[in-house]
Write a protein that binds this ligand. Structure first.
Ligand code: G3P
Ligand code: MG
Length: 248
């Protein structure tokens, strides 16, 4: 992409620490707090519906149980994905990607869609998330940015919708990052912030890629990363980061 269209601050998992992660309530909190961009995690149900969930299993973030890969979409209805965070969110459902995508488009909320496949489902998850994203954002000026730790999922996404921008996520420094980004025709590297120093940021930027960092919850570190050339950070600390001079 010729001009980077995304803001510096992305609300992590929807609403960061203000709302249950990966829910519509989180996206609403992000908008209410003045965020212009959100990151969220998408995987497949057993019957190939794209839904928002971080873990492979339901237990941590809902009153459901078992593996998402074993649940049909209809079986998710009635699952409470909000009470674990706070009783005021009781009844919050696990959302379909289509509903969250529509919310983002209608509210001008930029999205980083993290493709988070259940093990063994990398290719179909990449393909189907890209297919949904292409439809949901059809005709929009700014596309969603797709990312994944799974290189295979990203390759499948690119094959499905080559016009959507993609970024590769890493949690350990990968010495072949140049070749991998080039092969993928990626626009960005999304990196655990603890791996970054001024030199690494400069190398990635000099190679022509955007660099995004997760998860950054302190304004000082965010400003340091920005000064080094980082293009965006994912944060849980919505209330703290919003309004800090230099981070808008
Ligand atoms: O996409 C950035 C970040 O969300 C990656 O880590 O585990 O929070 O999905 P995780
Ligand atoms: Mg994520």
């Amino acid at each position: 992409m010729s001009t980077w269209p995304y803001p510096f601050l992305f609300a992590h998992r929807g609403g960061g620490d203000l709302a249950p992660e990966n829910t519509l309530a989180g996206m609403i909190k992000a908008v209410e707090t003045g965020f212009g961009a959100v990151e969220f995690d998408v995987k497949l149900t057993a019957d190939d519906v794209c839904v928002l969930l971080h873990d492979d299993t339901l237990e941590r973030t809902s009153d459901g149980f078992g593996a998402m890969a074993s649940k049909r979409f209809a079986e998710l209805s009635g699952i409470d994905a909000g009470s674990w965070k706070d009783p005021i969110y009781a009844g919050t459902p696990i959302p379909a990607f289509s509903d969250i995508g529509l919310y983002c488009v209608r509210n001008g909320l930029h999205a980083n869609v993290e493709i988070k496949p259940c093990p063994g489902r990398e290719l179909e998850t990449g393909r189907l998330v890209a297919q949904d994203a292409a439809l949901l954002w059809q005709g929009e000026a700014v596309p969603p940015l797709l990312s994944s730790f799974s290189y295979e999922a990203l390759q499948a996404a690119v094959a499905e919708a080559p016009w959507l921008p993609v970024g590769w996520l890493i949690d350990e420094w990968e010495h072949d990052w140049r070749e991998r980004l080039q092969t993928l025709e990626a626009v960005s590297l999304h990196c655990n912030q603890r791996l970054l120093n001024a030199q690494r940021v400069a190398e990635v930027r000099d190679a022509g890629y955007q660099l995004l960092a997760y998860t950054v919850n302190g304004p000082e570190r965010a400003l340091q990363l920005k000064n080094w050339g980082v293009s965006g950070v994912f944060t849980d600390a919505l209330g703290v980061m919003r309004g800090v001079e230099g981070l808008e």
